[in-house]
Structures are given as structure tokens and as C-alpha cells.
Design a protein. Structure first.
Length: 94
């Protein structure tokens, strides 16, 4: 199971947002078995929600930074980027 840490900058994220982040990131374990940890930073700037995800996969750090009108949209975009990165890193290992 992926260990997820969530940090919110300059605001207190509600527990529901933490649960949503964790649920969305757990989906990544379907694409790669070596996922260990994810650190997520949530921040709001000028009305846009910023999400940065640092994912540790078998000793390799993958990073996705996205922004959108909502945290859910930004998280989903970041997960999409990470799926592509995981496929790319798997292809490079073969």
C-alpha cells in the first residue's frame, strides 16, 4: 500500500480533501508495484489550486505539478501525468 503524506500550505485542508488525495493516488498502485511513498503539497494562488506530487517508485522520484480551478481537477491531472511517467520509466527499464 502506498504511504501518502499531504501538506497544505497557507490553509487547513479538510479531512475530506486528504481522503480524496489518498484515494486518487492509491489508483497508481495498479500501474506499478514498487510504489512506496507519495508526498502531496496543496496550495492556492490567485484563485488557482496548485498540486505537487512527489512519488517514490523503486528509488526513483517522479514529480507532477498541476494547477486547476479545483483541487480534484488538479489531482486528477497530476495522476494522469504520473501514469504516463510510470509507463515511460517501466519502458526505459526494459
Amino acid at each position: 500500500m502506498l504511504e501518502v503524506t499531504v501538506t497544505s500550505r497557507r490553509f487547513k485542508a479538510p479531512p475530506e480533501l486528504h481522503e480524496t488525495v489518498e484515494r486518487e493516488l492509491q489508483k497508481l498502485t495498479r500501474f506499478h508495484r514498487g510504489l512506496l511513498r507519495a508526498h502531496v503539497v496543496l496550495e492556492e494562488e490567485r484563485g488557482l489550486k496548485h498540486v505537487e506530487v512527489r512519488l517514490n517508485a523503486d528509488g526513483t522520484e517522479l514529480v507532477a505539478k498541476e494547477r486547476a480551478d479545483s483541487y480534484l481537477a488538479a489531482i486528477n491531472q497530476a495522476v494522469d501525468v504520473l501514469v504516463c511517467l510510470l509507463y515511460t520509466s517501466d519502458a526505459a527499464d526494459e
